[in-house]
Structures are given as C-alpha cells and as structure tokens.
Design a protein around this ligand. Structure first.
Ligand SMILES: C=CC1=C(C)c2cc3[nH]c(cc4nc(cc5[nH]c(cc1n2)c(C)c5CCC(=O)O)C(CCC(=O)O)=C4C)c(C)c3C=C
Ligand SMILES: [Fe+2]
Length: 421
C-alpha cells in the first residue's frame, strides 16, 4: 500500500495485476496459468457434483452484514486487531482492500490474483490453503471497537463525535477476571464457516493484507456452535452437556430482529442503521468440577433438564418457561426476558478448548458472542442480573470485547463506508 490516495492505490493495484497478466500471456504455459490464476481461480470449481449444503456461498452484499442472522456455521475464527496507523486515508484504503478480499473469499474465490500461477518473484496474493475448498458458507463480519473512536484521549481518525452511545465501555462485572491480552481491540472480524480451514484462511489473509496498518491483538478459534438461529434445527449442546440456544432469536424472525438486534436510524448514530452491536466474552468453564456435580444439581443450576432441554416443571424443550418453577438462582430464570424488562439478545457463541492450564485441567469454555441493538439494555442488563447465577461457581469471564458492527455493504461500497463517508 504505497499510493497516496485511495484511488491512487486502486490504480496501482490494477496496473500491477494487468502487468502480471500480460507477462503471463507471453508464453503458452503462462496462458494456461493465467487462465487459472489471473482471472481468479474459483475454489468451488473443485467441488464435486451434488455438493453438501455447507459448500454454498452466503451473499456478502446486503442491508445487514452476513454472520449475524445467518444460520450459525460449525466453526469460528475470531480476531481482534489493533490499528497501528494514525493515517485515516490509510485505514480507509485497508477497509476497501479488505472488502474486496472478503467478497471474494465468501464467494469461494481466492484473494486477488490467487495463490498460484503468478510471478515467481513475488509472493502470491492468496496464501493458498483454501484452494480446492468450497465456500463452506463463510461469512466475515466486521465490528469497530471503542479505540477506533478515541484512544488514550486521542481522536486518531476524527471519529470521536461519531461514536455511538450504545458502544459503551463495558462495566466491571462481579467475578470478572479479564486478561487485557485477550480483551479489547479497535477492529474485530468474525469469520464463521462450516470448514475450519476456510475460516482460518480468511482471517490469515485479512491479517496479511493489513500488515503495517493493523496487527492482531488476540484471536479465538471455536467449534461446536453453542447457539442456533434456526429453531427448526436440533439445538446444539455446550460443554456442560446442555442444549444451548433454545430460546434464541431466530434469524428468520424479522420482528424480533428489528426490535432487539438491528440498530435503527433514531438510535443516536444514523451511520449504524441496519448494523448491530457485538459483545464477545471468553468464558472459561470449569468442566472438571461440573463433571463431579450431581445431575439434579446441574439441572437446577441451568433451570432445564439435561436430556430434553425442557424448562423446570415442563415436559418439552419448547414449552414456555414459567419463571416461578425455576430456582431463584438458576441461569435461565435470571437470563430470561421476564427477569430483565423484556431484554433479548441474539446469541451466536462457540465452544473452545485451548490445551491445558498447567494444573491438569482443560482450558475449555464458551466463546460467547451476542448481537443486540443496544448493549446497555442487552448484554449489560442481563449480565448484571446474572450476578447471582448459581452457574458462576463453574465459570469465569476471562476475555471481553465490544464492537459496533456497521450495516451491510452495498455493491461497490466498502466495510465502514457509512462511518467514514
Ligand atoms: C449475559 C448473557 C449470557 C451469558 C454470559 C451466558 C453464559 C452462559 N450460558 C450458558 C448456558 C445456557 N444459557 C441458556 C440460556 C440463556 N442464556 C442467556 C444469556 C447468557 N448466557 C440467555 C438470554 C438465555 C435464554 C434465557 C431464556 O430466554 O429462557 C441455556 C438454556 C437454553 C437456552 O435457552 O439457550 C443454557 C444451557 C453457559 C454454559 C454460559 C457460560 C459459559
Ligand atoms: Fe446462557
């Protein structure tokens, strides 16, 4: 990225590509390689006939960013970046380059001129590990952290006045043991896909493109989605062995999404209309202690039975929750909208295991991801209510981030356009 203006950089990249193509066209082998790489080798070209649903591409452009109401994919790679520059134009250039790369990768195509067939004297545009893999329902969702609007009292990008009121600094909650090295970040990208290699490839390539402008501050891999936004599908289970996501907001429920998830024009920051606020929490789960807890006690703590997932006093998973039938300190009772002034959030979390903790225990837990229209009435309100949760004996919040996820990208636009224009 050496151009002085946005257009300067775009033109430079275009010229560079054209010269690569014309060089490749000089020989017969070059032509063949050029056909594969120069025009962007379609990763899905390798997929067999009758490929599974997971091979599908999720549309990148639209009113809302994909990866929020989208049916939850199997795998996650989440990355929070620090912005290393104070040059607003350079940051905007990066967001444009990222958008182009994200649109390609989510469509199952490689970045730029691809991983193979280019000049042997230059590193390829794409790192290559997703060659031959289908789109795998990859979604890339971007969010802007408080540090983009103001950091250490400095308004680096002239955005201080545009910070949305719902993008609060999260308060300290009882029991928090947050590691600064796993918290915060100026920009976050959530990559979800049905193939972990596709998700990791996406984050790696964005980080590569961003070299010199952003640096990864922390990241998290996730497996085994712990919430579903498709109520017809079987509800997934978390590492405590309980169904998780029964009472989640469905990605198809336009009314609930409009009321609780999408930011509106009148919510204080017009540039966020159609966007949403993401709260990410790395929650360690002490599974070894949980596994020594009697079944009845586990069910009392959650407020639902372990097999069916039915609320206490009911028979079926989707039977209504009658709060008075649940223990006062049960998780579901405290998190329920009826205990929180009607507050609801869209949960989209993943389980994680990151090796061992040196004390013979698995470093395991829930990477909690929740989207909402306003974290003050969403996550913060519910988490305050969870202060007396019986589950707190078995979990600890060790990482945290909050991000304003702008609306979806229009064709020809870029991530964050409504904020920077
Ligand atoms: C602040 C929000 C929440 C945190 C943090 C949280 C952590 C957490 N949850 C589970 C397991 C389950 N949660 C369930 C329901 C549920 N949880 C929240 C919010 C937070 N959870 C809400 C809003 C709800 C829905 C409440 C309702 O409307 O009834 C359930 C029950 C099944 C379900 O409805 O999803 C389980 C199980 C863990 C293990 C955990 C931290 C590690
Ligand atoms: Fe929960």
């Amino acid at each position: 990225m050496t151009g002085e203006t946005d257009n300067g950089t775009d033109n430079e990249r275009r010229r560079e590509r054209m010269s690569r193509r014309s060089m490749l066209g000089l020989s017969g082998t070059g032509l063949i390689a050029g056909a594969a790489a120069g025009v962007g080798l379609d990763r899905t070209a390798f997929a067999k006939e009758g490929r599974p649903v997971s091979a599908e591409a999720v549309p990148f452009y639209g009113a809302h960013q994909a990866g929020i109401a989208t049916p939850v994919q199997d795998r996650l790679h989440f990355a929070a970046f620090d912005v290393m520059t104070e040059d607003r134009a350079k940051l905007v250039r990066l967001l444009k380059e990222w958008t182009e790369a994200a649109a390609a990768m989510t469509a199952g195509r490689p970045v730029g001129d691809g991983a193979v067939g280019g000049l042997s004297v230059a590193p390829p545009d794409d790192t290559g590990e997703a060659l031959g893999l289908p789109a795998s329902r990859l979604t890339l969702t971007i969010g802007f952290g408080p540090g983009l609007f103001e950091k250490d009292g400095k308004d680096r990008f002239g955005l201080r006045a545009r910070r949305p009121a719902p993008l609060v600094d999260l308060p300290h909650f009882p029991g928090d043991n947050l590691d600064p090295a796993r918290s915060g970040g100026d920009i976050a990208v959530q990559a979800c896909a049905d193939d972990p290699q596709v998700a990791v490839h996406a984050i790696r390539n964005l980080a590569r493109i961003g070299f010199g402008t952003v640096a990864i501050r922390w990241s998290q891999l996730g497996f085994g989605k712990t919430s579903s936004t498709t109520p017809d599908a079987q509800t997934p289970r978390n590492l405590f062995g309980f169904k998780d996501g029964t009472e989640n907001i469905a990605g198809t429920d336009a009314d609930l999404l409009g009321k609780h998830v999408w930011a509106g024009r009148g919510d204080g920051a017009p540039w966020m209309a159609g966007g949403s606020y993401l709260v990410a929490r790395r929650i360690r789960m002490h599974i070894e202690i949980w596994d020594r807890t009697p079944l009845g006690e586990q069910e009392d703590i959650i407020g639902r039975d372990k097999g069916e997932g039915a609320p206490a006093g009911a028979a079926r998973e989707h039977d209504p929750v009658v709060l008075e039938r649940l223990k006062r300190d049960s998780h579901v009772r405290l998190a329920h909208p009826g205990s929180n002034g009607g507050s609801r959030i869209l949960r989209r979390g993943y389980s994680f295991t990151d090796g061992t903790d040196g004390l013979g225990r698995l470093e395991a837990g829930l990477f909690f991801l929740a989207y909402q229209r306003d974290p003050r009435t969403g996550f913060v309100r519910i988490q305050q209510s969870l202060a007396s949760d019986a589950m707190n004996e078995y979990i600890q919040h060790v990482g945290s981030g909050i991000f304003a996820c702008p609306p979806g990208v229009r064709k020809g636009g870029y991530w964050g356009e409504t904020l920077f224009s």
